[in-house]
Write a protein that binds this ligand. Structure first.
Ligand code: AMP
Ligand code: GLY
Length: 436
């Protein structure tokens, strides 16, 4: 009897449960806490233990003789869930807190990258508004303003003017818009180019890069509006060529993993590099210590190898002994969000059309859902990730949108351009240098 415990309750964790449910080696999956979608997966059950309760998770893992714990979100990893599980001798897919700090502290990440001469935007970190504003004044161009801690993908403000940048510094350090995640602010050189996410499985020594995913961070079509956790993703990204992946592997991933191993903190799990492909080569925007969401929803359906074997190999340092094979197909995920996302939440409301979307050939991953009186309800935020495979990106995307069009709930909204336009490089407009 092989049991896997999946920690978290979003779209990424539903995709993990779905994927692990297809493993020939997995008999039982426990999602903690899971969502309405994980509860319906075969061999999967939800358990009301929070992702932020390390002692509770260790108890469950022991009591249920769990063979592997897969931790989805960043916050429990940063809080040391993997450390607690590993101390209890339970194989864990997900890095320790020392490694997760690369995501949890942007200031630490910047120092780490600098120490290894890994290319990234120039930056400075501040805890007080006055020196941050003085630094802003002397910069030649408008920088990006980042809350230093974990802010659910919303803590980065890509300011267009100095006034906006100054307001963002104020909102983070003075108004405390992101709470303690805003104890520090990172003021970072704005980079221009095409963005791509490169994710890799790692067992601490070896790594295997996944097919590159294209995320869509902004809320509106055409990459407009505020940043979100991600409104959709597709795989493969046309910008990430084999040569680029080799370069990223050699110049970015390899030195990062070697440095962590040399520090006695080998990285086990998925390491995620958010990159800007600039005229001067790929530069790191961020490192995440986990699978991306929604990227996972578009990547895992393409994994042809046994997901349990791959994740267990990462947890136990034997990735070199398993083969990791991917389908050549394309996959698109369109996120359907509730009214007000990403700034406000909406009251729960029933969802219709889920079965019809499945009939169209879509896999509907749940994120912000709950079963209320036996009916699946949207409970706010990113609610669903409607996912479809196809022989081509166009086929996958059309199928995903056919599914999206069958689904309805009060106030739902989604982007219409996921997978439908090639990622465009951002180019420095001449007026940018002089904007007020
Ligand atoms: P992060 O969470 O650091 O990846 O930032 C979220 C998003 O903000 C990224 O996906 C980019 O779209 C944007 N961003 C972050 N840093 C920069 C930068 N230095 N230059 C331009 N855009 C950035
Ligand atoms: N989709 C972006 C992230 O997971 O960080």
């Amino acid at each position: 009897m092989t049991t896997v415990l999946v920690v978290g309750g979003g779209g990424r964790e539903h995709a993990l449960c779905w994927s692990l449910g297809r493993s020939a080696r997995v008999d039982r999956i426990i999602a903690a806490p899971g969502n309405a979608g994980t509860a319906l997966e075969p061999r999967c059950e939800n358990l009301a233990v929070g992702a932020g309760d390390p002692a509770g998770l260790v108890d469950v893992a022991r009591r249920e003789s769990v063979d592997l714990v897969v931790v989805g979100p960043e916050a429990p990893l940063a809080a040391g869930v993997a450390d607690a599980l590993e101390a209890a001798g339970i194989p864990t897919f997900g890095p320790t807190a020392a490694c997760a700090r690369l995501e949890a502290s942007k200031a630490y990440c910047k120092t780490f990258l600098e120490s290894l001469s890994i290319p990234a935007g120039a930056s400075a970190t501040f805890r007080e508004p006055e020196p941050a504003l003085a630094y802003l004044d002397q910069l030649p161009s408008v920088p990006v303003i980042k809350a230093g801690g974990l802010a659910a993908g919303k803590g980065v403000i890509v300011a267009e003017t100095r006034r906006e940048a100054a307001a963002a510094i104020h909102a983070i350090l003075v108004d405390r818009r992101f709470g303690d995640a805003g104890n520090e602010v990172v003021v970072e050189e704005r980079l221009w180019g095409t963005e791509v996410s490169v994710l890799a499985f790692s067992d601490g020594t070896d790594f295997v890069v996944m097919p590159p995913a294209q995320d869509h961070k902004r809320i509106f079509d055409g990459d407009r509006g505020p940043n979100t956790g991600g409104m959709g993703a597709f795989v493969p990204s046309p910008v990430a060529t084999g040569a680029l992946i080799d370069e990223v592997g050699n110049r970015i991933i390899r030195p990062t993993l070697d440095a962590l191993a040399a520090a006695g903190t080998p990285y086990r799990g998925v390491i995620y590099f958010g990159l800007m492909l600039t005229d001067g080569g790929p530069k790191v925007l961020e490192i995440n210590c986990r699978l991306g969401d929604p990227e996972t929803q578009a990547v895992l359906p393409l994994l042809e190898s046994d997901p349990f074997e791959v994740m267990l190999a990462c947890a136990t340092g034997s990735l070199g002994e398993v083969s990791v094979e991917w389908s050549d197909s394309a996959c698109t995920t369109v996120v359907v969000a509730s009214a007000g996302y990403p700034t406000a939440s909406a009251p729960p409301g029933p969802i219709t059309g889920l079965d019809a979307a499945a009939h169209e050939g879509c896999i509907v991953f749940h994120a912000g859902t709950d079963l209320i009186d036996g009916v699946t309800h949207a409970t706010g935020g990113r609610v669903l990730g409607v996912t479809a495979l196809g022989n081509t990106l166009a086929e996958a995307t059309d199928r995903a949108y056919t599914g999206v069009d069958t689904i309805a709930f009060e106030g739902s909204h989604h982007r219409r351009d996921i997978g439908r336009r090639a990622p465009e490089p951002s180019r420095l407009p001449p007026s940018r240098e002089v904007s007020a």
